[in-house]
Design a protein around this ligand. Sequence first.
Ligand code: GDG
Length: 509
Amino acid sequence: MLGKRLLVVSNRLPVAVIDNGRKRLKPSSGGLVTALNPILELEGGLWIGWPGLGKSDEVMPLADEHNREHSYSIHPVPLTADQVDKFYLGFANQTIWPLFHDFLGITSFEREHWEMYDEVNRIYAEHVAEHIQPDDFVWVHDYQLMRVGYHLRKLGVKHPVAYFHHIPFPSPDLYRRLPWARELFEGLVSYDSVGFQTLHDRRNFVALARDRLTSARFRIRRRQTIFDHQGHMVQVGNYPISIDFDEFSDGARSKEVRRELKTISEAYRVEHLVLGLDRLDYTKGIPQRFLALERLLEKYPELRGRVSLIQVVVPSRTKVRAYADLKEHLDSLTGRINGRFGTHGYMPIHYFFKHLTRPQLLALYRACEVALITPLRDGMNLVAKEYAASSVDHRNVLVLSEFTGSADQLGKGALLVNPYDLEGTADTLRRALLMEDEERRRRLRDLRAQVRTNDVHRWVSWFVSALSDARRNREDRQGRPEAAGDGGLRDSVPLEPSAHVPETYASKR
Ligand code: GDG
């Protein structure tokens, strides 16, 4: 791809240790894995992260086995139960996650959690420093690891390092509530390249940087905001994450998926199937979705008995109180709504609390004529993009919350809703169900073209390009001869994302 090795660092590895009497590795799901796995399988590289369970001596042989069988390697960072408790369940998931998704009211601020967060970020940095090779591009992911860059610099690592922030970045006003706002900010500006999902997130971060770095000069070069900080240049951009379009579009036509489709069509006799698919999370607006469906059935009695929501919730962070509470709330809402509108042979909500296989997932995407995606706040939301890519029968309709990053790209083809507005969501759902075929086809064409053009390979290319710039800028500053003539500040990041796919990478696809 780059002539360089990609070293990915994320909280979790793309595989997790499971223990069914015998410990083994199982592929994990989630947005980051969906996005990066195909790239690393294609290009090779090294992925450093936490394997979930197990001590070093148990996990290392499993990693070695993985590394023999795959084109890229994994390196596990084992964590103790106490570290996981305070760093991951504590600071990452009870402080940063709610705060950055605008849930200030349920954000906890515990000094002990913060200290462990910083400590664990230092541990990740040490693993990186130990395994890094001279030409590596280092790409750190997400809100659990905002301080890794800072520790890498302290350890003397001079490589270009990029960071991608998968979740929303809050306004400076909200960010200021964090007692460790300064330290976290310091972490972010230690990276050469900081990427956000949307222009909105990038603007929030740049506004914060302007507030805090009063003497820095900010420039806009093509798609990035650039400023100097403590002798290095920080490039800030917005690069919407995406999916491998072909993998979903072709996968949805496979034999296994067709088999699953048959099972679904035999199981549900209802006229309209609507899909909800999320990790268990209070940011995803699942209760609001249920209530909007209830409102639909209340307001439009002619739709009773004719429309069912298939809601799949993937278990997540159930040890955190807010998640356990949400699970209970969903159980009770399902019971109430089904109790109210269900009849012999008809249930308004079919609710599953489990993980699906990929063919089952793709079959559901194909089978459900509407996807109702209603997060109250979401960095991107890959389910929306996967749904569009898997809708190969050209009759599906996407109803999407305007508070997702995906709405920026899919807003034209989708029907956008404000999930807090139950009435509006119910009306939009009805509009989707009654939509003429021609409008469905036109909208879906738009959605699929968006996802096909702005796919995960383009997302990676933006970073590769930003990291190449960062390397040249570092070399310029160190006065290396090969950088001569570049004028210090490189200008090679494309104006339009579509304008540039590094050649060696593009030719491999
Ligand atoms: C974070 C940000 C951002 C879900 N259920 C099953 C399953 N999945 C896969 C989906 C999709 C992924 O999990 C979920 O991705 P999302 O993007 O929707 O959401 P988060 O997990 O919250 O991800 C988000 C993302 O990072 C990437 O930057 O978009 O905003 O919150 O890929 O397909 N996969 C399988 N079975 C399931 O039951 N196999």
